[in-house]
Each structure stands twice: as C-alpha cells, then as structure tokens.
Design a protein around this ligand. Structure first.
Ligand code: ADP
Ligand code: MG
Length: 257
C-alpha cells in the first residue's frame, strides 16, 4: 500500500515579479515500510518536496495523497490534522526547546494533542527509552551531546506513533561516527515498520536507505532501490578504525508490548 503518492507536483514561489520553479513535475509512490533517502545539490527542491510531504505547504499544481487522503485539496485545519496524526519531523538543527528537559521536549506534541498529563509522561518516557536515553530524561539540551539531542528529537517525532518520519538533513550537524549511530537508530525504526524519508547530501548516509531518489532542478533525476548498507556493522568498523571499543551500544530498546 502506498503511504505517499505524489502525481505531477509542481511548486512555484512568487518572489516579486520573479517566479521560482522549485518543483517542475515530481511523481513518486512510496510504500508503507520503505526507507527512502532524498539526495540532490543545494536548490534542487528537496526541502520544498519535504514541506509538501510534511503537510506544511501545498503544491501549486498536481496531487498529493498521504495514507490515502488527498492532502493537496485540504485547508489548513486538514493539514494540521494530518501532521498530528500521521507524521513525525526531525530537523538538522534538532529544534529542541532549550529551557525544558528532554522529557518535556518529547511531551510537547502530546500537549498539543490534549493528551492527559499521566499518559503524556508515560508515552514520552517510553519514546526516550526507545532511543536509548532512558537515563537522561531530566537533562536540558545543553547538557546533552549533539547525537543525544538528535535522539531526543527522534523520540519527540515518535511519541505520536507516526506512520511516516520525515528527516531533513538529520546528520548535517553531527560528526561522521555520530551520524552512523543515528543511522543505526533509523534502521531500527525501519525494521519496526516505520516509513522513513530522509534528506541528505552525503552518499555515505544515503547508502543506509533501501531506496534513493535523486533530485535536480526540481525534477527527479533518478529513483532506484538498493541493498542498504548495515549501519551497525559500519559503526563497529568506524570504532575499530579509531581504536575504540568495537561493540555498538544497542541504540534502540524494544518498545514494550
Ligand atoms: P534544497 O532543499 O534542495 O536545497 P529548496 O527546496 O530549499 O532546495 O529550494 C528549491 C528552490 O526554490 C531554490 O531555488 C530556492 O531558492 C527556492 N525557494 C525555496 N523556498 C523558497 C521560498 N519560500 N520563496 C522563494 N523561493 C524559494
Ligand atoms: Mg534543503
């Protein structure tokens, strides 16, 4: 079943008298359970596409269906409902609130969804456990490493049990080994059945996905499936190369039944 169905989508931004054609007719269908890396040089339309897939913006022309619903015809309330019910977002800059704890950051989407306090705490603790941060719930973002902050952001994206996670350059601010660690986490979420669409500049990161969509000048240049590299094995290799312990931590604990 396709979770994402994009048909001949265009996006034109009006900048004064100038029209910027950010997307020039993009079509793609993504099945539930896929892990897709979106690549392409700066300005090729990746973020514009992610904003549309994330129900943050609408196409100028063309159709977009998410989980079977025709998003491209929805009003802003409809878009907000789709975002809350179906999607989790992860950004390059983590976007955590600095004066609140990891736990409170993860609870935030549940606060917007009017989930009662006890249930919010329970679900946020569970999500933080799932990304390996069960011991760090009361830390503020500035007491956490970049990798740990991104794990908090991933827990926040997971707490509403989204069908689809959208990640725009989630490893862009992380060193290469921490980036691989983050990819072990995405691969574990993928194994758990979550659909993931992840934008990256780096071929080494795209190698961990099962499919690569390459954009150029607002069009899909190629779209192909591949045998994904194993992030856990890559992490062992990276640690061995710098002489560190070869055993990766288990990034993700099993979610309780
Ligand atoms: P990427 O994420 O691949 O770097 P973007 O989707 O951000 O590319 O941008 C695609 C094109 O659309 C670029 O030419 C960019 O300058 C333009 N663009 C993006 N957002 C806007 C906007 N809000 N207003 C005008 N032009 C924009
Ligand atoms: Mg971008």
């Amino acid at each position: 079943m396709a979770i994402v169905d994009v048909v001949d989508v265009t996006k034109i931004y009006a900048l004064g008298d100038v029209e910027v054609h950010a997307l020039r007719g993009v079509s793609m269908s993504i099945d539930a359970g896929e892990f897709v890396a979106v690549m392409g040089s700066s300005g090729s339309g990746k973020s514009t596409l992610m904003n549309i897939l994330g129900c943050l913006d609408k196409p100028t022309t063309g159709e977009f269906r998410l989980a079977g619903e025709l998003v491209s015809k929805m009003d802003s309330d409809g878009l907000a409902r789709m975002r809350n019910r179906t999607l989790g977002f992860v950004f390059q800059s983590f976007n955590l609130l600095s004066r609140t704890t990891a736990l409170e950051n993860v609870e935030l989407p549940l606060l917007y969804a009017d989930v009662p306090a006890a249930e919010r705490h329970r679900r946020a603790r569970e999500a933080l456990g799932r990304v390996g941060l069960g011991e760090r719930m009361d830390h503020h973002p500035n007491q956490l490493s970049g990798g740990q902050q991104q794990r908090v952001a991933i827990a926040r994206a997971l707490v509403n049990q989204p069908k689809l996670i959208l990640a725009d350059e989630p490893t862009g601010n992380l060193d290469s080994e921490t980036s691989i660690e983050m990819m072990t986490l995405f691969q574990e979420l993928w194994s758990a059945g979550i659909t993931i669409i992840l934008v990256t500049h780096e071929p080494d990161i795209a190698a961990f996905a099962g499919r690569v969509v390459d954009m150029k000048d607002g069009r899909v240049r190629f779209d192909r499936r591949q045998q994904p590299a194993d992030a856990k094995a890559a992490l062992v290799e990276s640690r061995a190369q710098r002489g560190a312990s070869g055993e990766p931590d288990s990034a993700v604990q099993e979610a309780p039944a």
